[in-house]
Design a binder for this molecule. Structure first.
Ligand SMILES: O=C[C@H](O)COP(=O)(O)O
Length: 261
């Protein structure tokens, strides 16, 4: 049985004060979702605050990005060893907001995917579990290219790291048209995509495919989380806006508990 995971990506939100209230609100209800895994992804400047609040609680934390380089003259970047220093268990890789807004070469999609695969390799080597985000843009969705786009990135990762690397990886299907729009994918649509992702992994290794967690991300809220999470191939969620409010996020975590039956 794959343990459900709910990941709260705070994106570029928060302050020391608001984080404190959010963390207290989540932790006050942590006993209601202790059977699943929950991880928080604050902006890096708040990593220490989150680490100190979550240490010993059973919740995990990580960052929203990492550098593909080890160390050196890379202004503004954060290395895998720094994440280890702060006790990070997870790291988000290839989030569409980074692909679109910070992708050095969006026109050269192949090179972009290679950078993401390199970041993935850096995380795995440091013992941090990458959560690799994959999803189609609104235009790609409109012309029915979802499967092609999603599988291309998955294939790139497998080609760079070998399928064995996926044994220590979480995948997240995040259709860009659903992110922050209030328009979540339907449970059926998301299930179909998750299913073909799992089948693609199974072509390489059936055991890894059976065990790999595939999260859904895109406008998950307390009132739509349960039907998504109850789909057989959806193993939890990557939550943006819904992770910024303690009550909302707790509801989402509690919805993931329902999956355990
Ligand atoms: O990382 C989280 C996803 O981008 C989803 O964001 P959202 O829940 O605000 O749509």
């Amino acid at each position: 049985m794959r343990k459900p995971l709910v990941a709260g990506n705070w994106k570029m939100n928060g302050s020391s004060e608001s984080n404190k209230a959010l963390l207290e609100g989540i932790l006050s209800k942590a006993d209601t979702f202790s059977d699943i895994e929950v991880a928080l992804f604050p902006p890096s400047v708040y990593l220490q605050q989150v680490q100190s609040a979550l240490t010993g609680t059973g919740l995990s934390w990580g960052t929203q990005n990492l550098s593909q380089f080890e160390k050196g003259a890379y202004t503004g970047e954060i290395s895998a060893s720094m994440l280890v220093d702060f006790g990070c268990k997870y790291v988000l890789i290839g989030h569409s907001e980074r692909r679109c807004l910070y992708a050095e070469l969006d026109l050269d999609q192949c090179l972009l995917d290679r950078i993401i695969a390199e970041k993935y390799e850096m995380a795995v080597r440091a013992g941090i579990t990458p959560i690799i985000c994959i999803g189609e843009s609104p235009d790609e969705h409109a012309v029915g290219r979802t499967e092609e786009v999603v599988l291309r990135l998955l294939d790139t990762v497998i080609a760079h790291q070998g399928v064995e690397g996926l044994a220590h990886t979480v995948l997240a299907y995040e259709p860009v048209w659903a992110i922050g729009t209030g328009r979540s994918a339907t449970p059926e649509w998301a299930q179909d995509v998750h299913s073909f992702m799992r089948q693609r992994v199974a072509k390489h290794d059936k055991e890894i495919a059976k065990n790999i967690r595939i999260l859904y991300g895109g406008s998950i809220k307390g009132n739509n989380a349960a039907p998504l999470f109850l789909q057989p191939d959806i193993d939890g969620g990557l939550v943006g806006g819904g992770s910024l409010d303690a009550d909302e996020f707790v509801k989402i975590c509690q919805a993931a508990v329902l999956k355990l039956g």
